[in-house]
Design a protein around this ligand. Structure first.
Ligand code: FES
Length: 206
């Protein structure tokens, strides 16, 4: 069971859309407090998730929702349990949002979990990505780490700690290159290039 959607503290509800705009056959996308959200009707229940697929960001509102509440992304076939956000096929979990119905409208709580919680979650998911040598996911988790306010140095310390036993068999260029990648990153302004440098630093050690 994923916990990506859980947010502690009192809910902060925002009116998202009038209830009569939602139909089972026609999910809709809304933008709320800077978040892109897809809304679906499944067996009379309103369900909300991030409209940007965690794989490559394509709109999940264009995906297919089946009778078992499995949402399939139209682009590369990742599948999610829309009730929990758990990935059934693919990698990263899907962010889902709490929903309530009141005054003839759908209300959503789109708060993010605290930064410390998001940091820890990204580090745990990064461990999985490193173990599977999934470079694309390493990049995604590093991006999430950055959004939570943590730099790649934190992830690098973790991966060095996890792999340092290998040094008994000799040093590889990967450890030395990590410093060069992060130094190069510090000279760049473009976020994509900076993320690529951080990904290279970690992926070679993995
Ligand atoms: S963008 Fe959704 S599966 Fe690739």
């Amino acid at each position: 069971m994923p916990d990506d959607s859980l947010t502690s503290g009192a809910a902060e509800w925002t009116r998202a859309v009038e209830l009569d705009r939602l139909q089972p056959s026609r999910p809709i996308a809304v933008k709320l407090r800077g978040k892109h959200v897809a809304l679906f009707v499944h067996q009379g229940q309103i369900l909300a998730c991030n409209n940007r697929c965690p794989h490559e960001g394509y709109p999940l509102v264009e995906g297919a929702l089946d009778a078992d509440c499995v949402l399939t992304c139209n682009w590369h076939n990742w599948k999610f349990d829309l009730r929990t956000g758990a990935t059934i096929y693919g990698g990263d979990n899907l962010r889902i949002y709490p929903v309530k119905i009141e005054d003839g409208a759908v209300w959503l709580d789109t708060r993010d979990p605290p930064a410390a919680e998001r940091t820890e979650r990204a580090l745990q998911h990064l461990d999985q990505a490193l173990a599977e040598y999934d470079t694309a996911r390493i990049a995604r988790e590093l991006a999430r780490l950055g959004k939570a306010g943590a730099g790649p140095e934190l992830a690098l310390r973790r991966v060095v700690h996890a792999t340092h036993a290998r040094l008994r068999d000799g040093m590889t260029h990967a450890y030395a290159a990590a410093d060069a990648w992060l130094s190069l990153r510090d000279t760049l302004a473009d976020e994509t290039q900076r993320l690529a440098c951080a990904t290279e630093a970690l992926a070679y050690i993995a």
